[in-house]
Structure formats: C-alpha cells, structure tokens
Design a protein around this ligand. Structure first.
Ligand code: PLP
Length: 400
C-alpha cells in the first residue's frame, strides 16, 4: 500500500502536454524544433475582450462569485445558444467552470459509478477516457476509420451500447481528427440514442466555430430536440476566442445535472476567475466579425498541410472538415528504418524519430486511441508549417 491514491494509477498524464514539454526541452537545449503539438490558436485574445477584463479589475469585480457563474455570463450563454444553435435554455440550466475541462470533469464525476460505461469514439480527446477511469467507470472505445472520415457509424454505436452505458461522448469538430458531423450523419447517431433511453449524450462543441467548406455546425439537441432532457451541451471560449489561458468553459443541460455539477464545484475550485468571467461576457456578447477572418487563415493552412503531407512517402492524410488538426496515417512508414537508424515499429516510434532527427514535434495516434496515425496541429504560422511539412517529407523519403 503506497501513499498515493489507487485511483491515480488508473490514469495517464496528458500525452499532448508531454510532447509540448519535450519540444520545449529540446529547444532550450539549442535544437531547432517546430512544434505541431499545440492545442490552441496562435492568435491573440481580441482587444475588446482584454479591455473587458481590465475594466472588471478596475471596477473591483475581483471577489468570489456565484459557484457556477455570474448571472451576466449565464445570460450571455443563454443568448449564445439561442442565437447560434437554436437552443432554448434557462439560466438555471447553465453551468460555468474553469475551462471546458472542468465542466466535463464535473459532469462525469457527478454521474459515474463503478461499473458504468461511457462510449467514446476513437480517436478521442485524451482526457475523456482518463476522467471516466478516474471516476471508476469504464470507457468503451469505438474505433472509427479514415474511410468514414473518422466519423462513428450508427452500427458501431449500436453495438457499443449495453445496459450499463451511461454516456455517449461526442466531439465535433474533433480533436484530434478534425472530423465534423453533418446534420445527416449526426441525426443517424441521435436516432440510435433515441432507441436507448438510459443513455445520455455529452457533446463537446469546443471547436464549433472552426468548420470549413461550407459545412454547417450542428449539435445533437438541435437535430434531435427530444434528447434535450438527457444531453449536456458543452462549449467554451478557449478555442473560438483564443482564450485558452483564461480558463472559462460552460455547458447547458437538465437542471438536476447542473445542480449536481455545482455541488461538486463548490467543494473544489468554488467559482471560475471573476475577471475571466467578465471577459467571457464580452467574448459572447461583443463583435464576432473576427471569427470568419481567422477561420479563413486556418482553412488555408489546412489545405497547405493536407496537400504537403499527402506528398510525403508512406503518409495518407484525410481532409478534415474542422478544428485545427490533421490526423494522417503513417502506416506506410511502419516496419521501415529511419535515416538515423531507428526502427519504426509503430506511430510512437515514428513521432519520436521525427522529433529527434528532423526537429518536428507531433503526437502519436495511440495517445488518442487509434494507430498508426499521428496528430499535427496547424495552429502555427504558415512558414513554420511549410518548413515542418518539408521536413516530414524528407524524413519519410529517408525511410528504408
Ligand atoms: N475539449 C476538447 C475537444 C479540447 O480539445 C479541449 C482543449 O484542448 C478541451 C475540451 C478543453 O478546453 P479548455 O481549455 O476550455 O479546458
């Protein structure tokens, strides 16, 4: 019996944060490293949002707030859901936490018991299965295929649901695959959930504002309003408004769940930062015109990266519809030896050799539950992306 909790042995530290740390370490040692591990926009928080935060400080809005959000922010969230998603929520059905991650953590911790199952399509955001495991429940991983653009099929979902299933976690557009559900592909999944009334849906809509090619973002309750009383619709300001450091995320769902989440939060972090909450009010209520401009920048980078990666020997990259990640297959590199003499026996060996030999930091697909792939973030400058892709091409050309 050690000093540390048994629950901790069930979880892994975040692989994406580990890669970022490793790249930082190499850079500090003088190596020229291009990081494709970033999970955040490289743009700055818009000026009007920063101003709102400064104003909040000056006005003394610097004290404890209501546990799960100030009334002004809850009202701004209710307006956002009505304006952008055609969803009608009351402020009593809204919860604000310290980042989308805490909201998700609250929801899972407040509902899961040992033995419960949570259906998670792979590749998944690294924290889903870890939080489920920490709660003592069981993640049920459903692999998706590049041929299906990494979307889960209704048959695969149907097969994964058991009497023990408590939640289905959906994330569109997806981190790490960039896959986005259309209205039809999402409706096919909600139709399955409608047949199993014990299953709740946790939808992570963090990348809502990052969808390309004219695809319209949709969220489960919008395509199937009958699921409203068993869906938690989660979102946040981190990615859309380049506010990852401010730590504000939110969700809307049935009051019973929202109250349970607040109870949990009241015994952990109390309230999210008062200053960040006022900044988030401005983010949601203020001008939104910079969003399409930034989207266009990301789209151009996506096109560049997909095209250059598909020219690398042994790499096959699906064109993703959203977020700022690509999730290429490196199957053609497996079994080969790198120019530096490393055996590429899987995607982790691929990204490790790529980092050591070419100074490009990406994250192995196995960290997201699907091999042999890797995740590259294009939330970095076009010049850095061109150079990184050229290095990947050279690395792949050197494989024997
Ligand atoms: N959900 C997804 C899919 C993400 O990619 C992230 C951040 O990487 C989060 C949630 C967490 O967002 P936040 O930084 O607001 O906690």
């Amino acid at each position: 019996m050690g000093f540390l909790a048994d629950s901790l042995s069930r979880i892994k530290p975040s692989a994406t944060i580990a890669v970022t740390d490793k790249a930082r370490e190499l850079r500090a040692a003088g190596r020229d490293v291009i990081g494709l591990g970033a999970g955040e926009p490289d743009m700055d928080t818009p000026e009007n949002i920063k101003e709102a935060a400064v104003r909040a400080i000056r006005d003394g809005k610097t004290k404890y707030t209501a546990v799960d959000g100030i009334p002004d922010l809850k009202a701004a969230i209710v307006d956002k859901f009505r304006r952008e998603n055609n969803l009608d929520y009351d402020t009593s059905e809204v919860s604000v936490g310290t980042g989308g991650k805490q909201v998700l953590f609250n929801a899972l911790m407040a509902t899961l018991n040992p033995g419960d199952e949570v259906v998670i399509p792979a590749p998944y955001w690294v924290s889903y299965p870890e939080i489920v495991s920490l709660a003592g429940a069981t993640p049920v991983i459903v692999p998706t295929r590049p041929e299906d653009d990494f979307r889960m099929t209704p048959d695969a979902l149907e097969a994964a649901i058991t009497p023990k299933t408590k939640w289905l976690i959906l994330n569109s557009p997806s981190n790490p695959s960039g896959a986005a559900y259309t209205r039809d592909t999402l409706k096919a999944l909600t139709d399955v959930v409608m047949r199993h009334d014990h299953v709740w849906v946790l939808t992570d809509d963090m990348y809502e504002h990052l969808v390309y090619d004219g695809i319209k973002f949709v969220t489960p309750v919008e395509v199937e309003p009958a699921l409203k009383d068993r869906t938690l619709t989660m979102n946040g300001v981190s990615k859309a408004y380049a506010m990852t450091g401010w730590r504000i995320g939110y969700a809307a769902g049935p009051q019973m769940l929202i109250k349970a989440m607040a109870k949990l939060q009241s015994q952990s972090t109390t309230n999210p930062s008062s200053i960040s909450q006022w900044a988030a009010v401005e983010a949601l209520n203020g001008p939104q015109d910079f969003l399409p401009e930034r989207l266009e920048v990301f789209r151009q980078r996506r096109d560049l990266v997909v095209s250059m990666l598909n020219q690398a020997k042994g790499i096959a990259c699906v064109n993703p519809q959203g977020a700022f990640y690509v999730f290429p297959s490196c199957e053609g590199a497996i079994g080969k030896t790198s120019a530096g003499g490393k055996t590429i026996d899987g995607d982790e060996a691929f990204v490790t050799a790529l980092l050591e030999e070419e100074g490009v930091a990406a994250v192995h697909g196995s960290a997201f539950g699907l091999s042999p792939f890797f995740r590259a973030s294009y939330a970095t400058s076009t010049e850095a992306l061109e150079e990184a892709c050229a290095r990947i091409q050279r690395f792949c050309a050197g494989l024997r």
